[in-house]
Write a protein that binds this ligand. Structure first.
Ligand code: ZN
Length: 323
């Protein structure tokens, strides 16, 4: 019998990751695309192309495709109602994709799929209450409550990136109408912004030298400079880490999780990010809460959204089979 496979697709604000995932959540074939600034029609073509590439490279029968996309999903209708970082609003995305791919399609918010992967087989496995934060272009969030993904009344719960941490702060990105949102302070975009600011006031730093060489200070490059020991790059990561701790403290006060898992591109910074995040969260939490909390990196790293999208599809197929 051919091995079972489901294709998981994680669509972010800047890139798409797709992979053939087995029932034990092992990843077999991968495809990646850049999606920055694409219009809706081109974006849909790029998604279909990436899925077809995986279908052709895996010898297995593909049962379904699971998607994690950065939108508010209305679970009553399956429609993407707001796309903060992608042009998918007001699109019946699952129907459109099912028709173009000729396969069953399951869709959820990317923060939810990441949380699902980490809870089923990653850093949050075995914890009944967990919060998973994915730091990328923005901040995606997923809440595990009583061992289940919590979706809220309409399916949009877990928009942790848009929790206000500075009521007077900078205006948020995309379609968000608020200001001082968590993702303005602790996302990959925020890291790039802080690195540019620090480069301008630390002329002797590697950050400043990189700017003089015409390099763009994107998150992964800043992280690389920090791992190489540049004090200014380390400071930029520590800054967004300590601000992340504020968001974590707010969440822990509300939900009392056993564990907070941090994933997404920014977690490549590892302890340079998590150390300041723990210190800041601990300093704000009541002592009892701080003593019973772990803040750890995601096991699936940048692949959590993709693996979780496949996990979502396996879960939905199993529920349909027993219904
Ligand atoms: Zn916002």
């Amino acid at each position: 019998m051919a091995a079972r496979r489901i294709i998981g697709v994680d669509l972010g604000g800047t890139k798409l990751l797709a992979g053939a995932v087995d029932p034990a959540l092992g990843v077999h074939h991968r495809a990646q695309r850049t999606v920055t600034g694409l219009d809706q029609r081109t974006l849909l073509d790029v998604i279909v192309d990436a899925v077809q590439e995986i279908r052709e490279s895996t010898g297995s029968e593909i049962e379904a495709v699971g998607f994690g996309i950065p939108v508010l999903m209305d679970h009553r209708t399956g429609r993407a109602v707001v796309g903060v970082h992608t042009p998918l609003a007001e699109l019946a995305f699952p129907d459109v994709m099912a028709e173009r791919l000729g396969l069953p399609v399951f869709v959820d918010n990317d923060g939810n799929t990441s949380a699902m992967a980490e809870h089923l087989a990653g850093a949050a496995q075995g914890y009944s209450e967990a919060i998973v934060l994915t730091l990328g272009t923005g901040i995606a969030g997923g809440l595990i409550i009583r061992d289940e993904l919590y979706r809220g009344a309409l399916g949009t719960a877990g928009e942790i990136g848009h929790v206000t941490i500075d009521y007077d702060g900078p205006w948020c990105q995309g379609n968000c109408r608020s200001r001082g949102c968590a993702e303005m302070f602790s996302s990959g975009s925020a890291l790039a912004r802080e690195a540019r600011l620090l480069a301008s006031v630390r002329p002797d730093s590697a950050l400043a030298a990189a700017v003089r060489d015409g390099r763009e200070l994107i998150g992964p490059f800043v992280t690389e400079l920090a791992h190489d020991g540049d004090a200014a790059a380390i400071e930029a990561i520590a800054l967004i880490g300590s601000r992340l701790g504020i968001t974590i403290a707010n969440l822990v006060n509300i939900f009392n999780p056993q564990i907070v898992v941090i994933g997404g591109g920014v977690i490549a910074a590892g302890e340079l990010l998590l150390g300041p995040a723990r210190a800041s969260a601990t300093s704000r939490l009541l002592p009892f809460l701080a003593d019973h909390l772990s803040i750890v990196p995601a096991r699936f790293g940048v692949e959590a959204g993709m693996v979780g999208a496949a996990a979502l599809a396996y879960d939905q197929l199993a529920r349909a089979a027993t219904a």
